[in-house]
Design a protein around this ligand. Sequence first.
Ligand code: SF4
Ligand code: SF4
Length: 370
Amino acid sequence: MTKPTVYFSDRNTESTNNMLDKLERICGELGLPDAIGEGDRVMIKTHYGLVGNTNHVRPVFVRTVVDLVKRAGGIPFVADTCGLGYGSERPYGGRTTAPDYLMRAEMNGYASSVVGAPLLLADGYWGVDTYEEKIDGDFVDSVSVAAAAMNCDKIVVLSHAKFHHIGIASALKNMGVGMVGKKSKTAVHAPRGLEILQEKCIGKDCSKCIPVCPTRCITVEDTVSVDMSKCVQCGHCSSICSGKVRAKALKVAWTGDNMAERIVENAMGVINAVGSEKIYYINLALDISDMCDCVCYGAPLLMHDLGIFGSRDPTAIDHATLKKMETAHRNEVAASISKIDGLVQKSQAFFEHALKVRLGAVEYDFIQID
Ligand code: SF4
Ligand code: SF4
């Protein structure tokens, strides 16, 4: 098998070579402009960030890819997916539905007038507009792929490379969490799924869980019942019942067991469904903290900015990004020095599992471009 290539351009800039020039150059090295045919539909998958998060991908990077796609003759659109849970509370809220999230995305600068293309939530209004892809994973047997991804000619996975409590959060996570519907997001964060404790239900006079259920599979008489054949594990009802009503009759416990492995398997499902030949990966290793962009604050930065990576292999690009993170100049912020070593160690679970399920490579040609 041919070794994949990872391209890298560092954070050194000058007037004739800024970070946007570098991003274009990486796209060129990947062969993206030449691969786009006239009228091709090109999804640029990024993360719009929660309001208050100031570390997320700056919209101008997305605009740069949009313009490149247009010049090549393609029809770009920009996409993210809905978040888990129901409501707008901190630290994760406000991404329940497409209008909730798009309104907040605009506050972060993600507007079509800014990025130059329509913005959407690839998994629809409720985050449940998906295509089911069966896989033979150790932890996951079916992946709910965001439906909009299924009709694309090309996908640019434009990820913010940073950490998360389970290690590196970049291309694999942008696919395995960011390109799936709520059912598969729950399979990563809360693998036990929806738990029902009927004895705790207040009964019909409450009924607050009914209108938030996207599949209308809840009925309440003396107690609650859920038609599990229709439940998509979105957790909306649990946010209301456990979070607002505090009855705890409907619960989704965020245990995060084998989270890295589940993310890898979800990513595999997305790639199988869409086709690996359509996908181009770019990691922006800038503003690197230990928190995802789905939290409502920009966590302190752990290290100096690294630059931009590009590859056709999601595992290789994350592996090369982590290698650079490991040796980066570390910032003297609270606990960052020891924290990074622990996060690098935890990240290995992604690569071990990716190799096990044959998703990409950790041996690759690394080419630095200026
Ligand atoms: S929100 Fe909870 S307590 Fe209220 S009806 Fe639904 S299950 Fe019962
Ligand atoms: S019953 Fe299932 S589909 Fe309905 S809100 Fe609860 S988790 Fe979502």
